[in-house]
Design a protein around this ligand. Structure first.
Ligand SMILES: *Cc1c(COP(=O)(O)O)cnc(C)c1O
Length: 417
């Protein structure tokens, strides 16, 4: 090399690039395909962040709690790595309301949103040779982080014809002696379904038989507006130990506040015995924490939010799901196999044989962005090629407008008989 420099010893990490499929990455790609001449506003039906809209506003209890904690000047220090005791106790009490036993603050670790909770669990489980079972379709953060830390991923299917229930047989066939855990997301992003008590029990019994534990992503806990109530996986923790992941982001409509948690639901103390809790604590010692004042605001937010705030939001979501489902039936190339009954997202299948000149889901989304300024998430991002993930958590008028544009698009590209 010139000037006597040694050959550079570094290069980009290819494994990281391979794991970089993400909702936000795909979103950025689609936005770069928008037609700048189109005067209409862009409609984003691609991400579960409805906070652009007035009707999806957090409860005043939340900013009041933050203001009080900041103005007290008592929460300016670094927090302890596991989280502030007041915040941990508030989460333990909050979750215990739905469980047949009580969680203690020691069962709870506060994290930077549910995203960091996922990252921590994937990292903790990534001992050499281990594998984890993930749902397909699922939430891409799991596989992205697993790839970063060298944890092998295996997919079990969710079955659209059975309301997106877990294919228990395929689950059993995947596991071997190196399988450490399985992940479920309930209520389900991306599918919008809610698991029944009986189905969750079956999952718990299967996991027990396989000797693995369950990571239950309940970031959408209680966001259900169909006929099925939300049942936390922790109800079955005497059958199989459960790690519950959650956050304020979705239910309190504050995804930007970055406050989440890991809760160990394990009345028989199996996590303690197997060293998993020690692993989590050790990892928390070397990672970063949510801001101290945010943690300190948790008790007020969790205890004082009124039921009317939640029920009002569920009304809006139910209405949006109805609009979505009715309008979607009018779009000939799309099939929604299961009406959404929870969360903010749903999966629809593209019938490519009814379309001219659209090769796959990514192509569909790019052309839709270009021609109609509507952004949807290609199904491949969540593990199902030639499907779409649609978020209906937007204001009713924007939803109607967006679905109308998708209909025009599909009529324009319809194959002539
Ligand atoms: C949004 C979401 C997360 C991330 O939650 P944050 O609290 O925003 O980090 C995790 N899992 C699922 C299934 C989600 O939909």
């Amino acid at each position: 090399m010139e000037n006597g420099a040694k050959k550079w010893c570094f290069q980009g990490n290819k494994e990281l690039n391979a794991s970089s499929i993400s909702v936000r990455g795909v979103f950025n790609m689609l936005v770069s395909n928008l037609n700048k001449e189109d005067r209409r506003t862009m409609i984003r039906l691609c991400r579960a962040d409805p906070t652009d809209f007035q009707c999806f506003r957090t409860t005043p209890v939340a900013p009041d709690a933050i203001t009080t904690t900041v103005q007290s000047y008592r929460f300016n220090s670094y927090p302890s790595t596991v989280g502030l005791i007041e915040g941990r106790r508030a989460v333990a009490d909050h979750l215990s309301k739905d469980l047949p036993y009580r969680l203690s603050p020691d069962n709870v670790f506060l994290t930077i949103g549910c995203t960091q909770a996922i990252n921590i669990m994937m990292t903790v489980l990534a001992r050499s040779g281990a594998n984890i079972l993930l749902p397909r379709p699922g939430y891409p953060q799991y596989e992205a982080r697993a790839a970063c830390v060298g944890l092998e991923v295996r997919y079990f299917d969710l079955v659209p014809e059975r309301g997106w229930e877990v294919d228990i047989d395929s689950l059993e066939a995947l596991a071997d002696e190196n399988t450490v855990a399985m992940v479920i997301i309930n209520p389900s992003n991306p599918c919008g379904n809610v698991f029944t008590y009986e189905h969750l029990k079956k999952i718990a019994e299967t996991a027990r038989k396989l000797g693995i534990f369950v990571v239950s992503d309940e970031v959408y806990a209680h966001i259900t507006f169909g006929s099925k109530p939300f049942v936390p996986m922790g109800v079955f923790a005497s059958i199989v130990p459960v790690i519950n992941l959650g956050s304020l982001s979705k239910r309190w409509l504050v995804p930007g506040w970055r406050l989440g948690w890991i809760a160990t639901c394990d009345p028989d103390g199996i996590f303690e015995k197997t060293g998993i809790v020690e692993n989590i604590k050790n990892y928390l010692d070397i990672t970063c924490d949510p801001p101290t004042f945010m943690q300190a605001a948790l008790p007020q937010i969790l205890e004082k939010t009124k039921d009317s705030f939640f029920s009002h939001n569920l009304l809006i979501m139910r209405e949006a799901a109805n609009i979505f489902y009715d309008r979607c039936k009018e779009i000939p190339c799309l099939t929604c196999p299961h009406k959404p009954e929870g969360t903010m997202t749903v999966m629809v299948q593209i019938n490519l044989s009814k379309l001219e000149g659209i090769i796959d889901d990514v192509d569909f989304c790019i052309k839709l962005a270009k021609e109609e300024s509507v952004i949807l998430l290609p199904g491949v991002t969540v593990g199902l090629k030639n499907w779409l993930r649609i978020t209906y958590a937007v204001e009713a008028s924007a939803l109607e407008d967006g679905l109308g544009r998708i209909k025009s698009f599909s009529l324009r590209h319809a194959k002539m008989p």
